[in-house]
Design a protein around this ligand. Structure first.
Ligand code: PLP
Length: 319
């Protein structure tokens, strides 16, 4: 399903009043280290702490009146759950979120705090997709997928649209990638607003299915990857929407290790004074670990989220 820059621009109008226009930060230290001019689009400051609010709000806002009344269902243990719950609260749409029994307590509470009904399932023995589809059928609710939907991808692309509006054309744009909603949306915005810009997706090494799908032009499906980047623990890119868009608009992929990600999280914490979750640090990590030569270039980096358990992070730091 094609998504165009027109869709991203329309999404921007739709979400503008509700979403934050997040800051674009720079750092003299990082410019000196990389020899580049780096601009960080900081979605860790977005509502609910990640860019996922953009796509969820854009999708919910476009439901028909009867669909809004019947409500929506989503399955997620992470940021998509909170994004759908908060969007539902703001738009008066009832939300049901299917979450694993072992989801972090803070995330369960945050999701309930936004007024969602949480339905727990056993991640080891039950299929969340099936449970969600059943709920949707029984209750007449609309299923809101986390990435493989044109309204989700268009909404996520508004992050890059805002970045280019602030920086002008860039040579390079680095974007974290799980299922590819953020990457495909941002690539559409980049190719329209700065056609010469190379767009690179960054994944954890353990979940390099996107890089392999891109190289082989065939969708690769893997078992849930074991990585601290929980927002990128996806089995594949989206077959219907995000994979075709990525083949069309993205220029390449890079991967980073969990160890490198942790170092980047602490570096961003210390030097830029910003709290970034592991998945949120993927793109910054590829740049700081010099996975590509950015010397002399004007570079955009999407910091995608900041929802990290600080007690966990402190334990990693102490090691
Ligand atoms: C979901 C998520 C991603 C990955 O986004 P996709 O659209 O699935 O590629 C990256 N970072 C954070 C913080 C996320 O929550």
């Amino acid at each position: 399903m094609a998504v165009t820059f027109g869709d991203v621009a329309a999404a921007h109008e739709r979400i503008k009043a509700a979403a934050k226009r997040t800051p674009v930060l720079t750092s003299a230290t990082i410019d000196a280290l990389t020899g580049a001019q780096v601009h960080f689009k900081c979605e860790n400051f977005q509502r609910m702490g990640a860019f996922k609010f953009r796509g969820a709000y854009n999708a919910l806002a476009q439901l028909s009146a009867p669909q809004k009344k019947r409500g929506v269902v989503a399955f997620s243990s992470g940021n998509h759950a909170q994004a759908v719950a908060l969007s539902g609260k703001l738009l008066g749409v009832p939300t049901t979120i299917v979450m694993p029994t072992d989801a972090p307590k803070v995330k369960l509470e945050a999701t309930r705090g936004y007024g969602a009904e949480v339905i727990l399932y056993d991640a080891h023995n039950e299929d969340r997709q099936k449970i969600s589809e059943q709920l949707a059928a029984e209750r007449g609710m609309t299923l809101i997928p986390p990435f493989d939907h044109p309204h989700i991808a268009a909404g996520q692309g508004t992050a890059a649209k805002e970045l280019f509006e602030e920086t002008g054309p860039l040579d390079l744009l680095l974007v974290p990638c799980g299922g590819g909603g953020l990457l495909s949306g941002c690539a559409i915005a980049a190719k329209h607003l700065s056609p010469q810009c190379r767009v690179i997706g960054v994944e954890p090494v353990a979940g390099d299915d996107g890089a392999r799908s891109f190289a082989s032009k065939t969708l690769q499906i893997i078992r849930t990857p074991d990585t601290i980047a929980d927002g990128a623990r996806t089995a594949s890119l989206g077959e219907k929407v995000t994979f075709p868009l990525i083949l069309k608009h993205v220029d390449g992929f890079l991967t980073v290790t969990d160890e490198e990600l942790l170092n980047t999280m602490f570096f961003l914490w210390e030097r830029m004074k910003i709290v970034v979750e592991p998945t949120g640090a993927l793109a910054a990590c590829a740049l700081l670990q010099k996975k590509l030569d950015a010397k002399g270039r004007k570079v955009g980096v999407v910091i995608s989220g900041g929802n990290v358990d600080l007690a966990w992070a402190a334990r990693q730091l102490a090691r």
